[in-house]
Design a binder for this molecule. Structure first.
Ligand code: FAD
Ligand code: UDP
Length: 374
């Protein structure tokens, strides 16, 4: 029986391990951290009993039927709709930008059609094909909303001017001319009843899978296995030989209180003068549970140093050039597949991560079948 190593016990690693185990492979999963589920790790806070998302808030949302059905084998999803608020200029508004936001912000009582026409008068229509974040914002919501909700937040989040960032980052957010304040527009959305770590535990619960936590995998370990799926950072695998790919990291400041702290799960802060980007109150991620005390985290974004946890890949021009060099090395590395958000240096939502992990396992299995035929 062939032995496969899977590096990383996040969703990428777990899904691949399970698919291969079900096809008769023996799989060893290693993770440098002391817990499962990678950046989606959840655990109960011992003082409040609240299920805490250790590496920032994670809301599951997808249009992918296959991924939704797959995960539902391992968890019950509780209904959850992400409704985000933002504080800007001393007032609270609804996000994503919707009819309530527009009416509150401009002190109006617009109908959907009137709001659409009004925003057209705010928008910079001379920008025909927005390339940067700022151009996208000026084109679709205009200067006032951009400066209140996006400019300061984005400068804090990314540590650079929105003129340097691609339009695609803002395209993740809708602008709505009705009162729908659902942050996402996917068919399925929910929160796993027992958190994300419980899902990964179940995915990995298979007799052909063994898991070693607190175990750092190095390139020199590759030869011990018939194949390796590596979901760690691609630049670290190659000893940063072309330099370090840029990431933003996050610091979380813990806030504890009795009762309710902010009245919602996520409060963003649009002003550049507030040093954090958002505060998340985690008991609101499991509204079906009752808690008397609360725990929140204020999120600060900064440049990722060598000993920090990488969160958001930056992917500016400089990183793109370095990335192509690593992609070339990765392509030539025998017996290793680079997967997941760190292995491919892309921001991936959980559903995309899972879909791509399924595809990586399928690709490997079909190649093996083809080789067996020769
Ligand atoms: P990871 O979860 O990072 O797992 C990789 C694992 O590999 C880690 O556990 C790491 O310790 C291990 N590892 C790395 N190198 C080595 C090595 N050399 N040896 C051993 N182990 C190693 N997605 C959503 O769908 N909804 C959300 O609301 C959402 N919120 C997010 C919020 C934040 C702040 C961020 C940053 C991301 C969010 N995401 C969200 C995306 C989600 O976190 C990713 O989709 C998911 O974590 C990707 O899983 P992965 O397995 O590829 O990577
Ligand atoms: N953003 C913003 N203000 C907000 C929320 C988001 O300027 O109140 C910007 C920010 O640059 C962010 C991007 O829009 O990176 C995409 O938002 P999303 O909520 O998807 O952020 P992420 O999940 O990346 O934290």
């Amino acid at each position: 029986m062939e032995t496969i190593a899977v590096v990383g016990a996040g969703f990428s690693g777990a899904v691949i391990a399970r698919q291969l185990a079900e096809h008769g492979y023996r799989v060893k999963v290693v993770d440098a951290r002391p817990h499962l589920a990678g950046n989606c790790h959840t655990e109960r806070d011992d003082k409040t009993g609240v299920m805490v998302h250790r590496y920032g808030p994670h809301i599951f949302h997808t249009d992918n039927e296959k991924v939704w059905d797959y995960l539902n084998q391992f968890t019950e999803f509780m209904p959850f709709t992400n409704r985000v608020k933002t504080t800007s200029g001393g007032k609270v508004f609804s996000l994503p930008v919707n009819l309530l936001t527009i009416n509150q912000f401009f002190g109006k009582t617009f109908s959907p059609t009137e709001a659409r026409e009004f925003i057209e008068t705010q928008a910079d229509l001379s920008i025909e094909n927005p390339q940067t974040f700022e151009e996208q914002a000026l084109r679709f919501v205009g200067k006032d909303l951009y400066e209140a909700f996006f400019k300061g937040y984005t400068e804090k989040q990314w540590g650079c001017s929105p003129t340097q960032l691609p339009a695609s980052i803002l395209k993740r957010l809708p602008v709505r001319f009705n009162y729908d304040d659902n942050y996402f527009f996917h068919k399925y959305q929910g929160m796993p009843k027992e958190g994300y770590t419980a899902i990964v535990e179940k995915i990995l619960d298979h007799p052909a899978i063994s898991v070693s936590l607190n175990t750092q995998f190095k390139r020199s370990d590759t030869g011990n296995y018939d194949h390796v799926f590596y979901s760690g950072p691609v630049d670290a695998y190659f000893d940063h030989q072309y330099g370090r790919l840029g990431y933003r990291t996050l610091d979380f400041e813990e806030i504890r209180a009795d009762g309710d702290y902010q009245g919602c799960a996520v409060m963003n802060y649009g002003d550049a003068t507030v040093p954090y980007t958002r505060i998340t109150e985690h008991r609101y991620f499991s509204p079906w549970e009752e808690h008397t005390k609360t725990i929140c985290f204020a999120e600060y974004s900064r440049e990722c140093g060598p000993d920090d946890i990488p969160y958001y890949p930056i992917r500016l021009t400089e990183e793109q050039a370095m990335l192509s060099q690593y992609v070339e090395l990765a392509r030539e590395e025998p017996g290793v597949s680079f997967v997941g958000r760190l292995g491919t240096y892309r921001y991936l939502d959980m559903d995309v991560t899972i879909a791509e992990a399924m595809e990586a396992a399928d690709r490997f299995l079909s190649l093996q079948r083809d080789e067996a035929k020769i």
